[in-house]
Design a protein around this ligand. Sequence first.
Ligand SMILES: *[C@@H]1O[C@H](CO)[C@@H](O)[C@H](O)[C@H]1NC(C)=O
Length: 238
Amino acid sequence: MCMMRWRRMLLAVALLTASTRGQDSIQCRNSLVEMLRDPNWMHVNNSQTRWCRLRLENTMATCCRIANFADGKGEDCSGCTALCLHQNMITLCNQHFGQACVVRRKPFFKTGAPDVEVHETFCVPQECNNGPDRDALISRYGASFATDRFGWHLDYNEAVLECPSGVIGPIIVTVVVIACILLCIPISIFLFKAPKERGRTLISQEQMQAESMREDDDLRGAGAGGDTLGSSGMQATR
Ligand SMILES: *[C@@H]1O[C@H](CO)[C@@H](O)[C@H](O)[C@H]1NC(C)=O
């Protein structure tokens, strides 16, 4: 009895460590194979790969003093990053397969240009779009499908998969909405105050008129005073 329990516990521990070590599921493996055989995916992969090859070669030619793309060698390279985010792949992937992510890779890490980096769109099938499967995906792709690739596309050992989190999107939207609402408060206060300000200027115009009328009266009075002064002066000279 006791031995049986121990065995079961050991088995559970083994399963747990296997899952935390990043074992991929059978569903994920199958859907990956299916995707890689899909004619639409193959077509877009072909165009992405050839386009990215040009970009990478061009980037190396500008960022290295001496660049040898064919042998994967470069001297005095700095700031060598080729961006190959392929819109057709992103659209196809998000509509038919799963989520379009980005693989950051150093294709010439071993051959002699370790600073050269390439960022490529990588389609993660829906069945693989979960923590453990995603963690294992690139090493599986790198190991199992190496025969499908060659040259600069061969090495996926230094690759990092980055997927935009599905949680961050809604969070950003919520934050923006809250910020808009908060911004609306001072704006609406301003808008509600504006007519009052106009009313105040109107009143002050009336006041101005009233004041100017009063001033007119004062002037008239002053004129009369002047008259009296003058006459009094006149009177004084007399
Ligand atoms: C993607 O396309 C390239 C270029 O045609 C090809 O060499 C590569 O084998 C393709 N990748 C896969 C996994 O089929």
